[in-house]
Design a protein around this ligand. Structure first.
Ligand code: GDP
Length: 478
């Protein structure tokens, strides 16, 4: 595991005997082959005036450890990645289809538009990438797995309907992810459409339109007829420009799996979204816990690609196994390295599955506060009536103990749902149910995701419980 006394001594140009002596003086007996923990390494480094960071060991199964940061001058603008969310039947699919049909050019002879999970369009010479799975479920499932690929969220609201439960959920998810929101007010062709009423309703959730002095872009559209869609696309490019999204196309690629399946003839097929660098056929690659060599690359228009630059979705073959949506991928310099890293990651995942850890629990809370790690506890509140949800939220947000605060990321009326569990998992939150309970299926999901659900019916009991947890006095659960 850790660096040995001998290795550390070499790195800091001292003899192993000196290192052993320093540790002995501090009360620890070690030999030349003892593997040191981080704290011991730090003590030795401090003793001899070194920065411990410089000799920190790299975790080869963690892509983040392996990614060399880019130099500022190598970065160029990249297209935004957009997800469309909103209530069922408000027109998400119609909008995605309209944009695809009107903007994705069919490939050369034989090439036809393919559904690979994402597509890219051209808006006055600027590219925009759309994830093809509408709704917040896929978005949040990916985020729960540590993958945040979306740069901008479009929330579609039907002008003849209004803000509905899933509209509110979409707002919560987009806000929790911290990405800019554009509101598309849809179905303005319908009689009874009232775009201004939508603006008023959405403003109540903190989405004040620009034209009313706020900072959220609204665009009236008819996804069915195409009215306003070009303006919406242009608005996306403007918001993207403000976000200054950048990447370095001149490096080995890394990014995220958007979709994956097993094709009878071609084997595992994965749609990758390049986050940084450029992907080429022949690249040795690790994807999640599988690996291989990129064989064929196909774009959203069915055309074979010779390269995929940042924010370009591409379907690849050549992997040993089928990865999962949300998995990260990274290109390596040789097949041998890819194989080695892939196998190490698979091994590590098995290990992790053996000791399933929870997303966040009240028991963890005190330990984290003690270590000075956690400044806030994220909480989702579900209650049987609106008044209760509001009261619980207000009470929780007043708690302030040991410098730790409670942050209510969602508070709504209704049963505890799978969507709540996914949001909790993605945001490391605890769910509080007030006079409501989860179904068996939701409970299972929570167990799977390691999300803690606490049920109460008296507010002060709940507050007592949280305060006790913050002070490390939580009574063991019965
Ligand atoms: P989703 O569930 O959000 O993906 O909604 P869909 O895209 O499936 O749309 C639901 C229904 O609304 C379909 O019957 C669409 O034809 C219809 N629809 C979507 N957009 C518009 C629009 O702009 N105008 C009208 N009149 N109908 C629309």
């Amino acid at each position: 595991e850790g660096i040995t006394v001998d290795e550390l001594a070499q790195k800091i140009n001292h003899t192993p005997a000196e290192v052993i002596k320093v540790l002995f003086m501090l009360g620890t007996m070690v030999t030349i082959n003892t593997a040191l923990n981080d704290e011991q390494v730090e003590l030795i480094c401090l003793e001899y005036g070194y920065e411990p960071k410089k000799i920190a060991t790299v975790d080869e199964t963690n892509f983040e450890d392996l990614i060399e940061p880019d130099k500022e001058e190598d970065l160029v603008p990249r297209p935004p990645v957009v997800t469309i969310m909103g209530h069922v039947d408000h027109g998400k699919t119609t909008l995605l289809d309209y944009i695809r049909k009107s903007h994705v050019a069919e490939g050369e002879s034989g090439g036809i538009t393919q559904h690979i999970g994402a597509y890219q369009v051209d808006v006055n010479g600027k590219k925009v990438t759309f994830l093809d799975t509408p709704g917040h479920e896929a978005f949040t499932a990916m985020r729960a797995r540590g993958a945040q690929v979306t740069d901008i969220v479009i929330i579609v609201v039907a002008a003849d309907d209004g803000v509905m439960p899933q509209t509110r959920e979409a707002i919560d998810h987009a806000k929790a992810a911290g990405v800019p929101i554009i509101v598309a007010v849809n179905k303005i062709d319908k009689p009874g459409a009232s775009p201004d009423r939508i603006r008023t309703e959405m403003s109540e959730f903190g989405l004040m339109p620009e034209e009313w002095g706020g900072d959220v872009v609204y665009q009236d559209i008819s996804a069915k007829k195409g009215t306003g869609v070009q303006d919406l696309l242009e608005a996306i490019t403007v918001v993207a420009e403000m976000a200054e999204l950048k990447a370095n196309p001149n490096r080995a690629a890394y990014g995220t799996v958007v979709e994956a399946r097993l094709d009878k003839g071609r084997g595992p097929v994965a749609t990758l979204l390049v986050e940084n660098g450029t992907l080429h056929p022949g690249d040795p690659i690790v994807v999640g816990t599988t690996y291989g060599r990129v064989r064929q690359m196909t774009g959203d228009n069915g055309r074979t690609l010779k390269k995929a630059t940042p924010a370009t979705p591409v379907a690849i073959t050549g992997l040993n196994e089928v990865p999962e949506a949300g998995d990260k991928f990274m290109v390596f310099d040789s097949d041998k390295t890819a194989r080695h890293i892939g196998e190490a990651r698979a091994e590590k995942k098995k290990e992790e599955e053996r000791n399933t850890t929870s997303a966040m629990s009240l028991d963890d809370l005190y330990n984290q506060i003690k270590e000075g790690q956690l400044a806030q506890l994220n909480v989702i509140v579900k209650a049987d009536v609106d008044g209760t949800a509001e009261a619980v939220k207000a009470t929780l947000e007043k708690i302030n103990i040991e410098g730790a605060k409670v942050n209510v990321i969602r508070s709504t009326v209704g049963a505890i749902t799978e969507s709540d569990v996914l949001l909790a998992s993605a945001s490391k939150a605890i769910i509080y149910g007030f006079n409501v309970r989860p179904t068996a299926a939701v409970r299972r999901k929570a167990e799977e995701e390691g999300v803690e659900i606490r049920l109460h019916n008296i507010i002060y009991k709940m507050v007592e419980e949280i305060e006790a947890a913050m002070k490390g006095m939580l009574a063991p659960e019965l």
